[in-house]
Design a protein around this ligand. Structure first.
Ligand code: IMP
Ligand code: MG
Length: 178
């Protein structure tokens, strides 16, 4: 059984305030447009659910699931698409919704893949950013919180698929399986 301890890094209330603030920015920037929110499974679902309910511009949502090929091909940044979009993105304004940008490899590949499909625009909103870990050049257009190089869980983020349900973002202070 897992016996990990967690320590709150960002409270549920602070997350909600920030989500509202981000939605306000996006509302202003996309006024008169009809963006497609592209949620990266699974971690970003909680953020998407709160974020979209704060938006007043008309949006549609779609989901994409990606998986890294693993250590051997990690440096290439090539990721495998496990579940692709169901919507045609030709001519659409795409806002990629991410939970966290770490090395940036996943998002760099994904953003380029999406750009190659002829959208009108592609922007990125991420709740969390760990800039110290970046291996490739990629910057979010909207970012909730810059955080230190610690492994975090909660608000959609997992450790071995657990902890996604926490309403706050926490640091995993101790991790072992027995
Ligand atoms: P990247 O390609 O290194 O930027 O990987 C980003 C992905 O790794 C995120 O979408 C998360 O799924 C996962 N990840 C990165 N850092 C953390 C963390 O601190 N906690 C949980 N998942 C993380
Ligand atoms: Mg993710």
């Amino acid at each position: 059984m897992e016996v990990n301890d967690t320590k709150t890094l960002i409270s549920a209330a602070d997350i909600q305030d920030k989500v509202a603030e981000l939605a306000g920015q996006v509302d202003r920037d996309y006024a008169g447009k009809n963006p497609l929110l592209l949620c990266v499974l699974k971690g970003a679902v909680v953020f998407l659910a709160d974020f979209m309910r704060r938006l007043t511009v008309p949006v549609e949502i779609d989901f994409i699931a990606v998986s890294s090929y693993g250590a051997a091909t990690r440096s290439s940044g090539v990721v495998r698409i496990l579940k692709d979009l169901e919507t045609s993105i030709d001519g659409r304004h795409i806002l990629i919704v991410e939970d966290i940008i770490d090395t940036g490899l996943t998002l760099k590949y994904l953003a380029e893949n999406i750009r190659s499909r002829g959208p009108a625009s592609v922007k990125i909103v991420t709740l969390l950013d760990k800039p110290d870990r970046r291996e490739v050049e990629i910057e979010p257009d909207y970012c909730g919180f810059r955080i230190p190089d610690k492994f975090v869980v909660g608000y959609g983020l997992d450790f071995n698929e657990r902890y996604r349900q926490l309403p706050q973002v926490s640091i995993l202070t101790e991790g072992r399986d027995s």
